[in-house]
Design a protein around this ligand. Sequence first.
Ligand SMILES: [Zn+2]
Ligand SMILES: [Zn+2]
Length: 293
Amino acid sequence: MGGATGTTGGGPRLPAQAFDVPLDAHLHTDLSPDSAVPLELYCAQAAERGVREIAITDHLDFMPGAPAYQYTSYKHREQVVRDAAERWAGKVTVRFGVELTYESRYEDQIREHLRTHSYDYSIGSVHGLSDGPYARDRIASFVTGKTLPEVVAPYFAEVARAIRSGLFDTLGHMDMCKRWLVPWFKAADFAAAPEMYEPLLVALVESGTALEVNASGLRHPTGETYPGPWVVARFRELGGRRVTVGSDSHLPNCFAFGIEEACEIVAAAGFDRLALQRAVDRGDLVLPERFRR
Ligand SMILES: [Zn+2]
Ligand SMILES: [Zn+2]
């Protein structure tokens, strides 16, 4: 077991860095503007912890002036990750991925980038737009007097467009807006409005896009994954077949963080394996025995 999570005197289990899991499919290195972690460190931790496969998914933004807009070249990112993949072959499988910030106004550029650049794995994620309603200096006045569905509408509408674009292997942190809304709305409020999620889940099923269970919410005040367990279960009920898990680590001690919990959520929803690339059915990403029901 290795003590990925532990019970202390019967108390609640605290999330920790996982051992013996098939995959951490969301990792940021110093090739992202908001991380200083050398790729080598993730590879070493993966080998030590029995995380058999990792996807390096550094940020790529399309809005000129955004932090990950032309931060590094594709060529450099590819070389660094492919070199590591070669060095660690036989010990850890290292995939060359990317997390593309989806904004519908840049969809043509994103499509063109993915058409002309080759990745092992792509995550499409909606982030907080600097000129959008969730910006730190704007969010309080935006939220005032609005219901939760009204507040999440701009975020979820953009997420729906990201999924419908069909461009990505996986949709990243589907409801990360929970993080910014903590002062006003809790996870329970989101769970009380399942109809907000329904169109997104239907779009995932229809487009064949995988749902990511992003564990970073477990270390945020949000206190649950993006999305929460009940959303993953509903995705399965609606016919969802492809799920993946990621720590969204930006720090050395966040590698594989919460992946044990994410795998439990996936298993409880009825999945027996994880997915990575859209077009590939992987038999080797089966969840270890301890997760099976
Ligand atoms: Zn993200
Ligand atoms: Zn990320």
